[in-house]
Design a protein around this ligand. Structure first.
Ligand code: PEP
Ligand code: MG
Length: 742
């Protein structure tokens, strides 16, 4: 978000200079900058955009004129005239002010450029980023207009972000850092001791911060690191090494190398992986020796982080409040890092091939999380287009959230349940904000990934119970552990597989780790005492799997009854339809379970044989492919004939083009990302059930995804959604993109 600062004044309070800051979306001055036009008003306080800054003492002024200072089409400031007496400024006065602004703008810019020379290197970097933020990217090499670089990746988390690039490089390399030891060996040993203590207290802080920000289960990621620092063997080896070498960096390096050598020989993946934690800890200690706080990556406000992958660990490392957007070279929209980005509502694009090579620190980037486009060093025209779109998006979300009380009901009165997919306690906040009607999918893997192993029953029970109680009486669908594939857990007996997506994952893995599976099912059953819990089984591909889980559940129910532990004996047990075989035998499955939830992310992957995380085949990944729709239709019919409810909980449920077709196909519930719920609701409310049912029938007869997209686009158009005051603009962009692809 761009800001304006009060830099000079006659008439306003002098103490406010340099302190009063407002964003481009605030006040009449922000309006002048944002719309790059003069703003003239006789009674400023009655203007809808008026915002009062008490620190300035501006209450004594009545009328106002503001003209933007524009350089190379970028607003770099605003010139303001206010009067204590009410007066109507005439046209010639407003033109005069604009002429003054035109003359002053280059003077202001030159002064700021000259300022660069007098500053230190890092102040300079900040000023450059600041200037870039006002639309004047100053690159060491080619000018912005020549440099502009447009890249395409996978749309991962919606929203638009504009800001300076921060490259998330490899962490501190202990062998390569520049380090000068103390001349006195005793001093060096003391420094190492201090660094170890500082690292320990840093880890405590990080654990607490992450637990607070994302939920206690996430803080647990750092327990392993703390254990290492508390490990007597590790610490005493370091102490011996520093005594021998008189160099703490060398001590860290040799101890780490010795551990690495040992760990490399271990066949067991789980223990081998522990070496990574050790390295992480050693780097943190190194950072403290160098006086670098490891935990806070020094982001400037509104940064766009460019990294190789989006990893859950990044969210512990980065100050997320300063993080405007994320771009990654690799990965897809459904990785856990991506889920994090969505949960925090940070626009993100993944799988942007070439971005690591192209992006330079401090240059301005635009991240369009809805279309998957990334622009580096955009020209002023493109940038102002995006700024307008960003503003529209923010206003639209605000307006839609304000309308969240309205029911998700088609024009002809058909009700659709709109729920949300979540995986963190933090997400419940988003459910409230965006008005979802329950949790359609609670992903439980994050807890296991945080622990790097199966979590205890008690800990799971606490988490599920909190979610269930917070949401009651709204439904909460808890999915059992869906590990393996892209969510690999370093388990002792899990070896790398040739085809992990077709391998020992999800329900298959859990059925062969029965004690861990029983612990989770017991935790879910105990949480079901709240009365609103449903249990969902992922990746079911045969009736046998379902039967086996039901046997275990029946056994656990008996156990709980004997132990007099409360649970809901009628807790619905459902399966995910995400493998073609499940859709094909949906009638048999429907007879033996209580609900279906279609995981279109995996169903698309397995139906089309397209790895959902592989950017090389991302263009073939198409949930609107008629083959996927035929399997959805088959599942809906099977559910209807057995009278069980059916939902879609894949990303498809959040896609504006898919919503009309899914309603037309007869889905009872759509579970999307929380921030998508208001848009899904606006779409549902504009539809007529009969019309979309006819579209769905035609889509099922289509030969290509292109035809399906055209049908869906035309429905959004006919439903008048492209003229919708809040979401019309970007729905139009979606529809036009779909139509362009014809
Ligand atoms: C899916 O496959 O559509 C789904 C919702 O599950 P996940 O994305 O967690 O695999
Ligand atoms: Mg899935």
């Amino acid at each position: 978000m761009k800001h304006l600062t009060l830099w000079a004044t006659r008439g306003l309070a002098r103490e406010a200079v340099g302190k009063v800051r407002l964003s481009f979306t605030e006040g009449l001055v922000g309006l002048a900058a944002r719309e790059k036009r003069a703003v003239v008003t006789q009674r400023a306080s009655q203007h809808p955009a008026y915002r009062y800054f008490p620190e300035t003492g501006e209450e004594r002024f009545v009328s106002l004129m503001a003209a933007p200072l524009i350089v190379r089409e970028a607003p770099i400031g605003v010139l303001v005239v206010q009067t204590t007496e009410e007066r109507a400024f005439d046209q010639s006065e407003s033109e005069l002010l604009q002429t003054c602004a035109q003359l002053i703008a280059p003077v202001v810019m030159n002064a700021r450029l000259l300022d660069l020379v007098t500053r230190s290197e890092d102040q300079r970097a900040r000023v450059v980023a600041d200037l870039a933020l006002s639309g004047v990217p100053l690159m060491d090499e080619k000018p912005a207009a020549v440099r502009r670089c447009d890249l395409q990746g996978i749309a991962t988390s919606p929203g638009i972000a504009i800001g300076p690039v921060y490259r998330l490089e490899d962490p501190l390399d202990i062998s390569a850092v520049d380090y000068t030891p103390n001349a006195d060996p005793a001093g060096e040993a003391a420094d190492l001791q201090r660094a170890l203590e500082a690292a320990r207290s840093e880890l405590d802080d990080v654990r607490e911060e992450v637990a607070e920000r994302f939920g206690p289960e996430f803080g647990a990621v750092f327990n392993t690191h703390i254990q290492i620092l508390e490990d007597h063997g590790f610490v005493s080896r370091l102490e011996r090494a520093v005594a021998a070498t008189g160099n703490a960096r060398e001590a860290l390096r040799t101890v780490l190398a010795a551990y690495r050598e040992t760990f490399d020989k271990i066949e067991d993946v789980y223990f081998r992986e522990r070496a990574l934690d050790l390295e992480d800890v050693a780097r943190r200690v190194m950072g403290n020796l160098l006086g670098v706080r490891h935990r806070n990556v020094p982001l400037s406000e509104g940064s766009i982080v460019v990294a190789e992958h989006i990893l859950p660990a990044h969210f512990a490392l980065l100050e997320t409040e300063k993080l405007a957007g994320i771009v990654s070279e690799h990965g897809g929209a459904t990785s856990h890092g991506a889920l994090f980005a969505r949960s925090l509502e940070i626009p993100a694009v993944t799988g942007v091939s070439g971005v690591l090579e192209a992006a330079r620190p401090g240059e301005i980037a635009i991240v369009d999380g809805a279309s998957g486009r990334v622009h580096l060093s955009p020209d002023a025209r493109l940038r102002s287009e995006y700024e307008r779109a960003q503003h529209r998006y923010e206003v639209a979300v605000e307006h839609l959230d304000a309308l969240k009380g309205r029911p998700a009901e088609t024009r002809d009165g058909h009700r659709v349940l709109l729920t949300a997919n979540v995986g963190l306690l933090n997400d419940l906040r988003l459910i409230e904000r965006h008005g979802a009607e329950g949790v359609g999918l609670f992903r439980t893997e994050l807890l296991a990934l945080a622990h790097r192993g199966f979590p205890e029953e008690e800990e799971q029970e606490r988490l599920y119970d909190r979610v269930a109680r917070a949401m009651a009486p709204r439904p909460v669908t808890i999915r059992t552990l869906d590990l393996g594939g892209d969510k690999a857990l370093p388990l002792a007996d899990v070896e790398p597989e040739e085809n992990p997506q077709l391998g020992w994952r999800s329900i298959r893995l859990m059925l062969s780790h029965e004690p861990a599976f029983r612990a989770q099912l017991r935790a879910i059953l105990r949480a079901s005492a709240a009365g609103n819990v449903r249990c969902l089984l992922p990746l079911v591909s045969s009736v046998d799997e379902l039967r086996r889980v039901k046997e275990i559940l029946a056994d656990l129910m008996q156990e709980l009854t004997k132990q007099e532990i409360a649970f809901d004996a009628g807790m619905p047990v459902g399966i995910m339809i995400e493998v073609p075989s499940a859709a094909l035998i949906a009638s048999s499955l429907a007879r033996e379970c209580d609900f279906f939830s279609i995981g279109t992310n995996d169903l698309t992957q397995y139906t089309l044989a397209v790895d959902r995380g592989n950017e090389r085949v991302a263009d073939l990944y198409e949930p609107l492919h008629p083959a996927v729709l035929l399997l959805i239709d088959r599942s809906v019919r099977a559910a209807a004939s057995c009278g069980i409810p059916i939902s879609v909980c894949g990303e498809m449920a959040s896609s504006p083009l898919a919503v009309p077709l899914l309603v037309g196909l007869g889905l009872d519930e759509l579970s999307g990302s929380p921030s998508a719920v208001p848009v899904m609701k606006e779409i549902v409310r504009a539809l007529d059930r009969g019309e979309v049912a006819e579209d769905a029938r035609r889509a099922l007869r289509a030969s290509t995804a292109r035809e399906v997209r055209a049908l869906a686009a035309s429905r959004l158009r006919k439903a008048g959604l492209l003229e919708h005051p809040e979401i019309g603009g970007w729905l139009r962009a979606t529809v036009e993109a779909a139509e362009r692809a014809e």
